[in-house]
Design a protein around this ligand. Structure first.
Ligand code: FRU
Length: 481
């Protein structure tokens, strides 16, 4: 078995070496985001701070720009800015994970790093099996698989995956994304005293709980944590129908705020809210570092139409979002780019009191680029539209009268597509543009839009108002790695 693992890893490294030149020739390659060295990346996994370093693992198919038998790739950083690719953490080489080391989480116990992940196994006739598995590391770099610790519970299908483990009081807990036999999505809870023996504590959300009878056919990647004396359940349900401006991507990620009672094992919670309003965001995970709750998402999503992304010609696809620090205010999550990202800034340009009106679009010298951060503060805005166009990469439009903010881009099918959210009193817009991505934070994280945009050339920013507006603009180039 060990030699099978070595073989698989060897093949993945060979593929990395073969494709390196092609991958790095891609003008859409990002400069300050985590990407696969080659192949396909999806969910962030096992986020953890261990022995002075941040570890970000990721779902990885090194062999193709398609989904397949996933490895756990691994990046390490000391400052959240400079990342190093570490050796492959997990390869799908064992009977219990041969068709994929699927998503999971990390915790530190007794000075060791424990990874919990789902072993995906496709049997004959396409039957799926899944096992929640453990792998342990002393140095945070090489992992020893300990095998399955949980099998699928009765009453649930084999869509039973993505264990997130956390400590609460004097016990360990694990949430798992699940599907009941009648194909309803939900989250189940387990507890343990030793991380090896786990007791099933039942369903805590979805499928009939808290009035959610029919809310998707499968819930992926649950994450339960406390923030500001509340409990927050982040989850990625599949199968929600779109409703006006809500749920317009193929799958959604969102959260419930409530109270988790670890005595009765009941989670009372409020309504589901989408975390991100852009086109490309899914399967986020959080971790805690020195009291900060940090979230990273997959800046991608399953594609409905199977149109290849431009990067696939260069042998890679998808990326992770920037890390965001979470805050909970009035039962709402606020997400701000982590402050470490300010270390990327250089060449500040600053324009005060820029007056906009309906006559013509305003272009400001040096407020252009391919890899930059833009901060727009609005000091006056009449009831019209404020538009910020990022050249060919897309445009942001605020409709002050109807309190709606939209992002428009030209999709891969060549047609305009749009995502919208409701937001009153827009005061600030903070945009992170990398060659082929944009992440836009409104009002210090009240809403966020994350999207890929394949316009890697320099883009001129243009401001326009229907009615009148006064804005202050700051722009920085961001260091490119
Ligand atoms: C979410 C997901 C997880 C699964 C993983 C497989 O994107 O489908 O549920 O563990 O991706 O790569």
């Amino acid at each position: 078995m060990a030699s099978h693992a070595a073989n698989l890893m060897q093949k993945a490294y060979e593929r990395m070496i073969q494709s390196k030149k092609t991958v790095f020739e891609d003008p859409n390659r990002l400069h300050y985001h985590l990407m696969p060295p080659v192949g396909l990346l999806n969910d962030p996994n096992g986020l953890i701070f261990f022995e002075g370093k941040y570890h970000v693992f990721f779902q990885w198919n090194p062999f193709k720009t398609e989904h397949g038998a996933k490895f756990w790739g691994h990046y390490v950083s000391e400052d959240f800015i400079h990342w190093e690719l570490a050796p492959i953490a997990l390869a799908p080489d064992a009977w219990f994970d041969k068709d994929g080391c699927y998503s999971g989480s990390a915790i530190v116990n007794d000075g060791k790093l424990y990874l919990f992940y789902t072993g995906n196994v496709k049997g004959v006739n396409g039957n799926r099996e899944s096992y929640q598995c453990l792998a342990v590391s002393e140095d945070g770099i090489t992992f020893e698989k300990k095998g399955p610790v949980i099998e699928v519970e009765e009453g649930y299908t084999a869509h039973f995956r993505d264990p997130k483990v956390f400590e609460q009081g004097d016990a360990w807990y694990m949430v798992i994304g699940a599907q009941t036999n009648d194909e309803k999505g939900c989250v189940v809870l387990y507890s343990s005293n030793n991380l090896l023996d786990w007791s099933f504590e039942g369903k805590i959300a979805g499928n009939g709980m808290n009035g959610l009878d029919d809310f998707g056919f499968m819930w992926e990647c649950p994450d339960l944590f406390s923030l500001a004396n509340k409990d927050v359940l982040v989850v990625s349900p599949q199968g929600l129908e779109s409703e006006g401006i809500l749920y317009n991507n193929i799958y959604q990620s969102g959260y419930f705020v409530g109270n988790m009672d670890f005595q009765t094992k009941r989670f009372n919670h409020g309504a589901f809210t989408e975390i991100d309003r852009g086109f490309d965001f899914y399967a986020p995970q959080t971790f805690e570092v020195n009291g900060r709750r940090i979230l990273i998402g997959w800046m991608g999503n399953a594609t409905e139409d199977n149109i290849p992304q431009p990067t696939e010609k260069y042998d890679w696809v998808h990326a992770l979002t920037l890390p965001r620090e979470l805050e909970l205010k009035d039962n709402k999550l606020y997400q701000q780019p982590i402050r470490e990202l300010e270390n990327l800034r250089e060449n500040e340009v600053h324009y005060n009191q820029v007056e906009l009106n309906h006559n013509s679009a305003v272009e400001l010298e040096d407020v252009r680029g391919s890899v930059f951060e833009l901060e727009v503060s609005i000091s006056e805005l009449s009831d019209g539209l404020l538009t910020i166009e990022i050249g060919d990469a897309g445009r942001f439009v605020y409709d002050a009268k109807h309190a709606l903010f939209s992002f428009e881009r030209i999709g891969l099918h060549g047609k305009k597509e749009i995502r919208t959210c409701a937001i009153a009193d827009l005061e600030t817009i903070r945009l992170f543009k990398d060659t082929s991505s944009m992440e836009c934070f409104l009002n210090h994280g009240e809403e966020v839009f994350s999207s890929r945009v394949f316009a890697p050339e320099e883009q001129q920013v243009r401001f326009h108002a229907e009615g009148t507006a006064i804005v202050h603009v700051k722009k920085w180039n961001l260091k490119q790695f």
